[in-house]
Design a protein around this ligand. Structure first.
Ligand SMILES: Nc1ncnc2c1ncn2[C@@H]1O[C@H](COP(=O)(O)OP(=O)(O)OP(=O)(O)O)[C@@H](O)[C@H]1O
Ligand SMILES: [Mg+2]
Length: 223
């Protein structure tokens, strides 16, 4: 079966010689459908850089990325933004919710951008948030939500357009250990049920338990 994600010899250099930094060096990996993969590594090892390239947020210096068998390295900015909206879901350390919008609208907005009508988007967002245990928080602004609740809103938002691949950068960094683990268990369970692939980068070794596979990144290389 074609992997959801295939990466070949991916590298990223920042800056120009003599001050150039090699953040990611010849990384190759594959992620299968419904697989949950954790990439661990120390601070500065290139985790965010790698994830940003895989999420089409940052252009690689070298190498290729195939999403569902299609190379994304040559796509235009417009094609990349369509791809991000429909095929990729992002979960960030700081949640990145829009502070002026309710939990419901934070999630529904992304579905509307992908083409759903206002009421379809809200119905779907309400369903997703309820699945994540937030039925009683739909109309709360992010400032009124706990960290774990905000992260669950971010998960609903990442999943609402049925992406093939969900990318999470240090998703538990701002949560206490019990909450962080619970939220990641929820993400892993939903991903399995809906056959979505998940790539998490983190220093948090507790996430090992919910991952199918753990990779180690050091100085920009997979060990
Ligand atoms: N925009 C940039 N310009 C120049 N160098 C950068 C830039 N972003 C990152 N780097 C460098 O690239 C290397 C990898 O950074 P990256 O943020 O990917 O690491 P990380 O593994 O995510 O670290 P952390 O665990 O602290 O988040 C670091 O040495 C960093 O200083
Ligand atoms: Mg990082």
């Amino acid at each position: 079966m074609t992997p959801i994600l295939r990466v070949k010899n991916l590298s990223k250099y920042y800056g120009t010689e003599p001050n150039s930094v090699t953040a990611v060096q010849k990384v190759s990996l594959e992620i299968a459908k419904a697989e949950v993969v954790l990439i661990m590594g120390p601070s500065g090892s290139g985790k965010t850089t790698l994830l940003s390239m895989l999420g089409a947020l940052l252009r690689p210096s070298e190498g290729e990325i195939f999403l569902k068998g299609r190379s994304i390295t040559e796509l235009s900015e417009t094609e990349l933004s369509t791809l991000r909206l429909h095929e990729l879901g992002f979960i960030f350390q700081n949640f990145h919710l829009l502070s002026a919008l309710t939990a419901l609208d934070n999630v529904a907005l992304v579905a509307k951008m992908a083409g759903l009508s206002h009421s379809e988007a809200r119905t779907k967002a309400e369903f997703m948030l309820s699945e994540l245990g937030l039925a009683g928080r739909l109309r709360f602004l992010p400032e009124k939500l706990s960290g774990g609740e905000k992260q669950r809103v971010a998960i609903a938002r990442a999943m609402i357009n049925n992406p093939s691949l969900i990318l999470a950068d240090e998703p538990t960094a701002n949560l206490d250990s019990k909450t962080g683990y619970g939220v990641m268990q929820l993400l892993s369970r939903m991903a399995k049920e809906e056959e979505r692939s998940v790539l998490i980068v983190s220093h948090d070794s507790r996430i090992r338990d919910i991952s199918d596979r753990v990779l180690w990144l050091e100085d920009g290389r997979l060990k």
